[in-house]
Ligand binder design. Structure first.
Ligand code: BG6
Length: 453
């Protein structure tokens, strides 16, 4: 079948479009992975910017970009767009909302009613943040579903496009040595850290509205948690994989107010308010302890943390195994280390396994911790957006967030949002540190400490 494909990038003159979407589309096009691509419409109010950008591009791809003046809040823009689509025959339309979140709803309403006039196959892509809280996420889903079917909706979480995160499933479900012990009997705790050295980087107006919990925990960290905790899908189909993630998210224990005070910590780096130039109740750091109340994970704490202006950029998931009963090291009067399996997502793409071995002096001396390290791809991996845009073009929804998944993830963080909105006191931490001391205390009370390797 000879399909024709047309991309419409709403927010087409924006930062995401220029930094990620066009370069990635260009790359995919060069590799012949965008079958039937006819055009990429760059819709925005300032088309001069996009024309200037197009001039800087080389090759055939530049000829496919169509700057198109567009104001998402004006009817007239949609009328002109409709006229354009009328001339496209039966082409498949990919409507990509790379917009500030406050413009999602109005764009969906206008665009949705415009699309009712056409029978072209279509997909709508919605960037994060998907809603601002549980109720706005529900409303957004409701609006989307008025005009589009779930099969046509692609909710983006760019972390799922990262191969080192996908690799969690590959490692778990292809190796008996891991999957066989992947449960509460052998795993002591799991830690997921997404630490960043950058601060606001010109995104203050967005970031100060959301904060660390909404920006990272609700989406990226809970997605990593789902991959670490889910059951294997029975078949490799998008719906079956997403069913398993949904089961995990719906098994996360909801935190009561008193749990939240013990299990959740926020922080703000010193200097944030000065940078912002006004008062704010926004956290730049969040840590939380969660439990998954199901057969596999009963009683195993999952510690999640993320923050800005920390010591260095590192994104890791660390699976910490229990100590062996009758541990050999203990028999020798030594302090043993626990086995750890580490998925490093940034800065590099490694998997590391830490285990104990005899030292050169022989088995009667304390075992020493040694490390096995495997890199996924020393030459680098495809950009997360490359995987995702190719999947959108091909219609594979495995790595996109389903309606129920988005809402369940909000249900996990909503009680924390509510609790924090009642309290004004945000602990400060030093820029360049590992975060507030309260986060050390959170995990320290359990006799553990945060691990990054
Ligand atoms: C984004 C957040 O979703 O993820 C940013 O909005 C954050 O605040 C970024 O910096 C981190 O992504 P990555 O791919 O750089 O680890």
């Amino acid at each position: 079948m000879n399909r024709e494909l047309v991309f419409f990038i709403f927010g087409g003159t924006g930062d995401l479009a220029r930094r990620k979407l066009y370069p990635v589309l260009q790359n995919l096009y060069r590799k012949g992975k965008l079958r039937g691509l006819r055009a990429v419409y760059a819709l925005g109010r300032n088309v001069d910017r996009i024309e200037e950008y197009v001039r800087s591009l080389e090759g055939d791809f530049a000829k496919l970009i169509r700057p198109f003046e567009f104001d998402v809040s004006r009817r007239e823009s949609y009328d002109r767009l409709g006229a354009e689509i009328s001339g496209m025959g039966g082409a498949e339309l990919i409507l990509y909302l790379a917009l500030p979140p406050q413009l999602f709803e109005t764009t969906i309403l206008h665009l949705g009613s415009l699309m009712r006039k056409f029978s072209n196959p279509r997909k709508i892509v919605v960037e994060k943040p998907f809603g601002f809280d549980l109720s706005s996420a529900r409303r957004l889903n409701f609006q989307l579903k008025r005009y589009f079917t779930e099969r046509e909706i692609y909710r983006i979480d760019h972390f799922l496009g990262k191969v080192p995160i996908q690799n969690i499933l590959s490692v778990r479900f292809s190796n008996y040595v891991f999957e066989g012990i992947w449960n509460k009997n052998f795993i002591d705790n799991i830690q997921i850290s997404a630490l960043e050295d950058i601060g606001l980087e010109g995104r203050a107006s967005y970031y100060d509205r959301v904060g660390a919990l909404r920006d990272m925990v609700q989406n990226h960290l809970l997605q990593i948690l789902s991959f670490l905790a889910m059951e294997p899908p029975a078949v490799m189909e998008a719906e079956r994989v997403r069913d398993e993630k949904v089961k995990v998210l719906s098994s996360i224990r909801h935190l009561s107010e008193s749990d939240i005070d013990r299990y959740a910590v926020r922080g703000r780096y010193r200097g944030y308010l000065e940078e912002l130039g006004r008062e704010s109740n926004t956290e730049t750091y969040a840590a939380v302890k969660l439990f998954i109340d199901n057969f596999r994970w009963e009683g195993v704490p999952f510690y999640l943390r993320t923050g800005k202006r920390l010591k260095r950029k590192v994104t890791q998931a660390v699976v910490v195994f229990k100590e062996v009963p009758g541990n050999f090291g203990r028999l020798l009067g030594c302090v043993p280390e626990q086995n750890k399996l580490v998925f490093e997502i940034a800065p590099s793409n490694r998997v590391m396994f830490f285990f104990e071995m005899a030292p050169p002096e022989g088995f009667l001396s304390c075992p020493v911790e040694r490390e096995m390290e495997l890199e996924l791809a020393p030459e680098g991996l495809p950009e997360a957006y490359e995987t995702l845009l190719e999947d959108i073009a091909e219609g594979n929804q495995t790595l996109f967030i389903r309606e129920d998944e988005a809402e369940l993830a909000w249900e996990v963080v909503q009680p924390i949002i509510d609790r924090w909105s009642q309290e004004g006191d945000i602990p400060e931490y030093e820029p360049g540190s590992w975060g507030p001391k309260e986060a050390e205390e959170l995990i320290g009370r359990d006799g553990r400490s945060w691990i990054v390797v």
